[in-house]
Design a binder for this molecule. Structure first.
Ligand code: FAD
Length: 486
């Protein structure tokens, strides 16, 4: 395939989620770059209702010139009211729970956006030189440097083969196929021969009988040992029983030993979003075994009684809400084996493909947006003149995002362990046989460590990632001219 006249580079973005679409939007001024965006689904769809964004995410939208239009067009589902904490933390595994901490941010109110609206908005802002290909599920990504020259070849399940990309951006989420090419190269396996693409247990993509990727067979994806029930409760329903229920206004994390429940209002307080976690590292409940690896909510339905039964003896304000859950679903929680690198000379990973994280800090989508913006800015502003320059830009991207992404992924996992008092820092033993409760066993010293941890990990939304600007100073002039301060 030849470059179209006047085009200097050919880029493929694999995955049209929040990360992939943001990256394409960032490349809007690169009219001399050919961009193909491949999405497995037949259209762009989002799972889940809301996504919490922070001022640092809005700095990206502002830099893209999208913030004003976004504010006008998109329904914001603000959750935190003036004077209320961003989060309240409680010990809740007994009839009488207790508040242990409140977290406030100065001048950093989170904004809750509707996921599908965000995708639709980004889609509207795809540059005209970006060709979207739906129904293209990538099955292999092959980077080569041989008699043919150099480039990246992509093969799709529908039989389509596209070749000679100068750069492939893997934005294909948790089960990323592009990640396999990065791991293979980094681990010295080099380019995987085609017949290995579907083999089991060596960290490469494997397709089950239903054609879905079998997550459990991959060694780059880690089951965190936790699973979560998710569901929504309408405000009216809850207010009828508890007119002053805390979660009608305050985002709350209810902690117990090896379990915790997160509840927060969305949709201007009209709905309460519930995510109830429990540790399942030992045995794996039948529910989990049946649903592990499924990415479809329809397949993950669980009866309300199963949810309520998981939290016996918890304070009424938790149990009463759980009883109101309709259409609850269950989700195994995964994160990744931290990657040593997010890039090869011609491939870059972003978002969940690079650092799929557990949801305990609500940071995954925002980090994907930042990755996408930084990678896109580097490509667009560095004025690459030859495909070979791609490597130097990707190295800069990697030096900025790999340490950060891996750290936030680790923080998210550690925060989850704190909520359940399972972290070595704040471990509390609870005797199952004597039915002791976290709320009775925890002491002031442990609570002080918990509070300190919550302050540290939840500092991510306001943490300066200004190192981005600083780090660029040492890079080649054309790259260091990029301004991507967040
Ligand atoms: C249940 C749940 C709740 C969450 N809640 C929050 C939250 O409140 N706040 C937050 O910040 N984050 C949250 N996250 C995390 C957040 O959703 C992700 O971090 C974010 O969506 C990552 O965006 P992405 O574009 O990297 O990947 P994705 O959103 O996963 O998008 C990947 C895209 O690639 C496509 N794709 C996948 N494989 C292929 C293939 N082989 N070929 C072609 N296309 C492919 C997919 O169809 C999809 O469109 C949550 C995650 C889950 C699972």
């Amino acid at each position: 395939m030849q470059l179209l006249p006047g085009r200097r580079l050919r880029i493929a973005i694999v995955g049209g989620g929040i990360g992939g679409l943001t990256c394409a939007a960032t490349l809007r001024d690169c009219t001399d770059i050919e961009i193909d965006l491949f999405e497995a689904a037949a259209k762009f769809t989002a799972i889940g209702a809301g996504i919490v964004t922070w001022p640092r995410t809005w700095a990206v939208f502002e830099a893209l010139g999208l913030n004003k239009e976004m504010l006008e067009k998109m329904k914001r589902l603000d959750s935190v009211e003036e004077g209320f904490p961003a989060w309240e933390f409680r010990l809740s595994d007994a009839q009488k729970g207790k508040k242990v901490h409140e977290l406030y941010y100065e001048n950093a109110t989170p904004t809750n956006l509707h996921r599908q609206q965000l995708l639709d908005f980004l889609l509207e802002h795809l540059p005209p030189h970006c060709q979207v290909h739906f129904g293209h599920r990538l099955v292999s990504c092959h980077e080569y440097e041989d008699a043919r020259g150099f480039g990246v070849e992509l093969r799709f399940r529908n039989g389509v083969v596209r070749d000679k990309y100068d750069l492939v951006i893997g934005a294909d989420g948790l089960k990323s196929v592009v990640r396999q090419a990065v791991i293979a190269r980094e681990s010295g396996l080099g380019v995987l021969p085609e017949e290995k693409v579907y083999t089991q247990g060596d960290g490469v993509e494997r397709l089950g009988e239903d054609g879905q990727c079998e997550v459990g067979k991959r060694n780059d994806i880690l089951f965190t040992g936790q699973s979560a029930f998710r569901g929504l409760v309408p405000r009216e329903k809850l207010a009828a029983l508890h007119p002053n229920h805390r979660v009608l206004r305050t985002s709350t994390i209810y902690c117990g030993k090896s379990k915790h429940v997160v509840m927060y209002p969305i949709n201007k307080g009209q709905i309460v979003n519930i995510v109830a976690f429990f540790a399942d590292s030992q045995s794996g409940s039948p529910v989990i075994l049946e649903t592990a690896g499924s990415s479809s909510p329809q397949n993950n339905r669980v009866p309300t009684e199963a949810v309520v039964g998981m939290y016996p003896g918890w304070e009424d304000e938790v149990v009463d809400v759980l009883k109101m859950l309709e259409n609850a679903t269950i989700w195994p929680i995964f994160d990744l084996q931290p990657l040593k690198t997010y890039v090869t000379p011609r491939i870059a990973l972003l978002g969940d493909a690079a650092h799929s994280m557990s949801p305990h800090l609500g940071a995954g989508a925002c980090t994907a947006i930042e990755d996408a913006y930084i990678l896109g800015s580097l490509i667009s502003k560095a004025r690459l003149t030859t495909p070979k320059d791609v490597k130097s830009v990707l190295d800069v991207y990697n030096s900025l995002r790999q340490p950060y992404g891996n750290e936030i992924m680790r923080w998210a996992r550690e925060m989850g362990e704190y909520y359940e008092f399972d972290s070595p820092d704040v471990q509390v033993e609870v005797e199952e046989c004597t039915k002791s409760k976290l709320v009775d066993e925890v002491n002031e010293e442990q609570l002080a460590v918990f509070r300190k941890g919550a302050e540290k990990y939840w500092s991510w939304p306001v943490r300066e990632a200004g190192t981005i600007g600083e780090k660029l100073l040492g890079e080649p002039a054309e790259v260091s001219s990029v301004f991507c301060r967040i």
